[in-house]
Design a protein around this ligand. Structure first.
Ligand code: CTP
Ligand code: MN
Ligand code: MN
Ligand code: MN
Length: 373
């Protein structure tokens, strides 16, 4: 049968910030495979292939319908010979032998398992693998392994925090943290960011920004919120990072560099009765202990950086990468979580909203729910 490219394929941008990507992914059979291949490349420190797989997945996520034949991807950006060969395999056999080979690889399995623990990155995972360790049980039983505080919490709450967080749980946490913040600073504002702001139904954590309308008043606020959460008995773990923010610094060129805002990585205890929609009903007590642990990220930028922080923490990661790449390559500007700098004019471009930032970049505004690149 005829298989012509959808008209949309002719004008799909290589930049995620020029595409609209909702949570509705019509090409999951391909993107799941590419994401797994990207992760494998990351474990092998193959940066080029990793990025290529991520970009290919991102382009496919933006398509309005499922790809049924190779003709339909003619003219799409970011799909090279290698990625097309993988797609062809999936179209013909309904599976990818390449990804099955990766999935059955002992090293891949171990690194994926180890990095699923909060606080364990690829470097640590690799070290454990080289020592011959293959399971979480073996790591815990190994007397010579020194776990840091974050990793100890990661193991302690492993079952809970590897379970997806629902939108209802995110909302419940929002109410709790908001109430706590208002008790300390009545004019403080708590905003949901990350995947839930993009309209996702589930997440691996819940991300929030906390600000106050007056510059400088955010200092010390986060620590007081943390203290209060501890007093309430719901703080299971807290890693606090003070602000290292320097207004005069140019935006970072390294995407993966951490931002400089005061923030904390938390594990909170969420009571099941606190959730909307469950009617406060207790589940079978044999099945549940009545609460679960949830990962929460809480960031406190100064109010004049709020728009940049909100844009940066809303994601997706691929959307952020492309927004920065677009700014640099197409506009000669430098964007990060703190600021936007015009390198030609040698000046910072201020913004009070995300719309301001898109306008500075000469981009049409992309709604948070369209940023699931
Ligand atoms: N982010 C950041 N600095 C960090 C951590 C995260 O700027 N130190 C940004 C990332 O760019 C990401 C967003 O915050 O786009 C949310 O990160 P994360 O919670 O890891 O991902 P989500 O998109 O929320 O997805 P998930 O549901 O898995 O949490
Ligand atoms: Mn998140
Ligand atoms: Mn994530
Ligand atoms: Mn997060």
């Amino acid at each position: 049968t005829e298989c012509s490219p959808p008209t949309a394929a002719t004008n799909v941008s290589q930049y995620a910030c020029l595409r609209r990507t909702t949570t509705e992914n019509h090409n999951k059979i391909f993107t799941d495979v590419f994401e797994e291949l990207a992760e494998n490349s990351e474990f092998n420190e193959s940066k080029g292939p990793c990025l290529a797989f991520r970009r290919a997945a991102s382009v496919l996520k933006s398509l309005p319908s499922a790809v049924h034949c190779l003709g339909a991807i003619q003219g799409l950006p970011c799909l090279g010979e290698h990625t097309k060969a993988v797609m062809e395999e999936i179209l013909i056999f309904g599976r990818s032998f390449k990804v099955e080979e990766v999935q059955s690889d002992e090293r891949y399995q171990a690194l994926k398992l180890f990095t699923s623990v909060f606080g364990v990155g690829p470097k640590t995972a690799e070290k454990w693998y080289r020592r011959g360790l293959r399971s979480l049980k073996e790591i815990l039983a190994e007397p010579n392994i020194q776990l840091n505080r974050m990793q100890r919490a990661g193991f302690l709450y492993y079952m809970d925090i590897s379970k997806a967080v629902s939108k209802a749980e995110a909302k419940a946490l929002r109410s709790i943290i908001e109430e706590t913040a208002h008790w300390i600073a009545p004019d403080s504002k708590l905003a949901l960011t990350g995947g839930f702001r993009r309209g996702k139904e589930y997440g691996h954590d819940v991300d929030f920004l906390l600000t106050v309308p007056e510059m400088g008043k955010e200092e010390g606020l986060l620590l007081r919120v943390i203290d209060r959460l501890r007093d309430q008995g719901i703080l299971l773990y807290c890693e606090h990072q003070g602000s290292t923010f320097d207004m005069s610094k140019l935006p970072s060129r390294r995407f993966e560099a951490m931002d400089h805002f005061e923030k904390c990585f938390l594990i909170l205890r969420l009571e099941e009765g606190q959730m909307e929609g469950d009617g406060g009903l207790q589940k079978d007590p044999g099945e549940s202990r009545g609460w679960r642990a949830v990962r929460v990220d809480l960031v406190a930028p100064p109010v004049d950086r709020y728009a940049f922080a909100l844009l940066g923490w809303t994601g997706s990661r691929q959307f952020e990468r492309d927004l920065r790449r677009f700014a640099r390559k197409e506009r000669g500007m430098c964007l990060d979580n703190h600021a936007l700098y015009d390198k030609t004019k040698k000046l910072f471009l201020p913004a009070t909203s995300e719309e301001d930032i898109f306008a500075h970049l000469g981009l049409e505004y992309v709604e948070p729910w369209q940023r699931n690149a």
